[in-house]
Design a protein around this ligand. Structure first.
Ligand SMILES: Cc1cc2nc3c(=O)[nH]c(=O)nc-3n(C[C@H](O)[C@H](O)[C@H](O)COP(=O)(O)OP(=O)(O)OC[C@H]3O[C@@H](n4cnc5c(N)ncnc54)[C@H](O)[C@@H]3O)c2cc1C
Length: 406
C-alpha cells in the first residue's frame, strides 16, 4: 500500500535525516546560507565536498533502511515500485521544507532515481552491468554527454564523431552542460558513427571512463542555480574499445529517449509537489499576516491567484498520475506525448506557484529565509533540460497531427 510506504518514508526522514541536517553546522546547507555553503567558489563553482559528502551519507542511510532502491527491480535489491508509486512518492518528498531528503540540484534523493542503472540493465553488456551495483552505491558515477555547443534540442545534428580505428573507436568533439563531470567516473558520450546530419540513426552511445586521455573539462557554466556542475567537455582523439558501446551501434538515441523519459515523469511529479508546497506556505503566511488591520487572506486579490494555482495543481496531479499508470501499462514510447504534457505543465506550474508565493509573502517572500527563490531556480531549470517546454509541445503536436492510418 502506498500509504504504508509514505508512512515508512516519513518515519525514516524523522529518525535518520532530520538529525543529520542539524548535526554540527549542517544547518548552513538548508537555511538562508544554503547556496553559498553548497558552492565551492575556489573550484569553479562546483558543489562543495562537504555538501556532497552529506548527500552521500543520506543516501547510504537510505540504502541501509531499504528505501534508496525503492523503484529498482527486486533483482537489483529494490522493491519494484511502479511509475505511479514513484509519482506519488516524488510529489510527497517535494511537498516538504528544503532538506536533505531530496535535493533537486543534484537530483539526489533518499528514494533514488537511477536512470543509468535502468539503462545499463536494459541495454548494457555483462561487463557494463557489473557497474550497476557500484553506481547505486555512488562508487561509480556516470554522466550524460548529449548536448553540444552547437546542438541541444536538435540532437540528431550532433557534430561529435567516432570513427573506427582497428578494433577501437576514436571520438572527437565537444559536449556542453555535461552535468556531474567533476565527480564522474564515466561519461556516456553520444557521437555520430554513420549516417547524415538530422537522421536519428547513426548516433552511438559510448561509455567513456573520464580518465581516458583526451577527455578535458576546461570550465563549468555558472547557472541561475548554484552550485554548478555543468561542465564544458572537449574530446580530442579519445580512444575507446568496441566494448564501450552501450546498446546497439547507431541506435544511441533510443537510450537518450529512455533516459529523458525516466526523468521527465519524475520531474513532473516533483514539480507538482513543489507547487503544492508553495501554495501551502503562501496560504499559511496570508492567514497570519495582517495588513490594513485585517488578515491578508481576506483580500480576493490574494485568494484568487492561489485558488487558480490550486485548481491547476489538482488538474496536473491527475494528469501526472494517469500518465504514470499508463507508463506502467504500456511501452513507454506509446505514451511519450502524455509524458511531455505532464512535464511542461508541471514544471511551469512549479515556477508559477513559487513566483506567486513570493508575491503573497511580499518582501519576506523574496528573501532567502523563505524557500521560494530556491524552488523557483530549481524548477526553472526543468523547463529547459530533459527537453524544453517547446520540445515537449513539439512532441505533443507530432501526436496531434500524426497522419491518420490509411
Ligand atoms: C542546468 C542544466 C543541466 C543540463 N544537464 C545536461 C546533461 O547532463 N547532459 C546533457 O547532454 N545536456 C544537459 N543540459 C542541456 C539541455 O538538455 C539543453 O540545454 C536543452 O536540451 C536545450 O538545448 P539548447 O540549450 O541547445 O537550446 P536550443 O536547442 O538551442 O534551443 C534554444 C531555444 O529554442 C527552443 N527551440 C529549439 N528548437 C525549437 C523548435 N523547433 N521550435 C520551437 N522552439 C525551439 C528551445 O526550446 C529553447 O528554448 C543541461 C542544461 C542545463 C541548463
Amino acid at each position: 500500500m502506498i500509504e504504508d510506504d509514505l508512512a515508512e518514508i516519513d518515519a525514516f526522514i524523522e529518525r535518520e535525516i532530520r538529525p543529520l541536517e542539524t548535526e554540527g553546522d549542517n544547518t548552513r546547507f538548508f537555511d538562508h546560507r544554503r547556496e553559498m555553503a553548497r558552492t565551492d567558489l575556489a573550484r569553479d563553482g562546483v558543489p562543495s565536498e562537504e555538501w556532497e559528502a552529506l548527500l552521500r551519507e543520506a543516501m547510504r542511510r537510505s540504502d541501509e533502511a531499504g528505501l534508496l532502491r525503492y523503484a529498482l527491480p527486486e533483482e537489483l535489491g529494490g522493491r519494484g515500485a511502479s511509475n505511479l508509486d514513484m509519482a506519488i512518492v516524488r510529489e510527497h518528498l517535494n511537498r516538504m521544507p528544503i532538506g536533505l531528503h531530496n535535493d533537486p540540484q543534484s537530483e539526489a534523493s533518499i528514494i533514488g532515481n537511477f536512470p543509468f542503472v535502468l539503462l545499463l540493465d536494459e541495454f548494457g553488456t555483462d561487463e557494463q552491468k557489473a557497474m550497476i551495483e557500484p553506481s547505486i552505491r555512488g562508487q561509480a558515477i556516470i554522466a550524460f554527454g548529449l548536448t553540444e555547443p552547437n546542438h541541444g534540442s536538435d540532437a540528431t545534428f550532433l557534430e561529435t564523431t567516432a570513427r573506427r580505428d582497428g578494433g577501437d573507436w576514436v571520438i572527437n568533439g565537444a559536449k556542453r552542460f555535461n552535468t556531474g563531470m567533476h565527480v564522474a567516473t564515466h561519461d556516456v558520450v553520444f557521437a555520430r558513427t554513420s549516417g547524415e546530419h538530422g537522421h536519428p540513426r547513426g548516433i552511438t552511445a559510448f561509455l567513456v571512463p573520464t580518465d581516458t586521455p583526451g577527455v578535458d573539462v576546461p570550465f563549468h557554466w555558472w547557472t541561475l542555480n548554484m552550485p554548478s556542475d555543468h561542465a564544458e567537455v572537449i574530446l580530442t582523439d579519445v580512444r575507446v574499445p568496441d566494448s564501450a558501446i552501450v546498446g546497439e551501434e547507431g541506435l544511441g538515441l533510443a537510450l537518450a529517449q529512455r533516459f529523458v523519459h525516466e526523468n521527465r515523469i519524475r520531474q513532473a511529479a516533483s514539480s507538482v509537489g513543489a507547487a503544492a508546497y508553495c501554495i501551502d506556505e503562501a496560504v499559511a503566511y496570508a492567514r497570519e499576516r495582517v495588513t490594513w488591520g485585517r488578515p491578508l487572506w481576506k483580500n480576493q486579490g490574494i485568494q484568487f491567484p492561489l485558488a487558480e494555482l490550486w485548481t491547476e495543481c489538482e488538474l496536473v496531479r491527475g494528469l501526472v498520475r494517469s500518465t504514470a499508470a499508463a507508463l506502467d501499462a504500456n511501452d513507454h514510447l506509446a505514451v511519450t506525448h502524455q509524458v511531455a504534457m505532464c512535464n511542461y505543465r508541471a514544471n511551469r506550474l512549479a515556477c508559477d506557484a513559487a513566483d506567486r508565493a513570493m508575491q503573497t509573502c511580499g518582501g519576506m517572500g523574496y528573501t532567502r529565509h523563505m524557500p521560494f527563490e530556491h524552488l523557483y531556480r530549481h524548477h526553472r531549470r526543468y523547463r529547459i533540460t530533459e527537453g524544453s517546454d517547446e520540445i515537449q509541445l513539439r512532441k505533443i503536436a507530432q501526436e496531434l497531427f500524426r497522419a491518420p492510418a490509411p
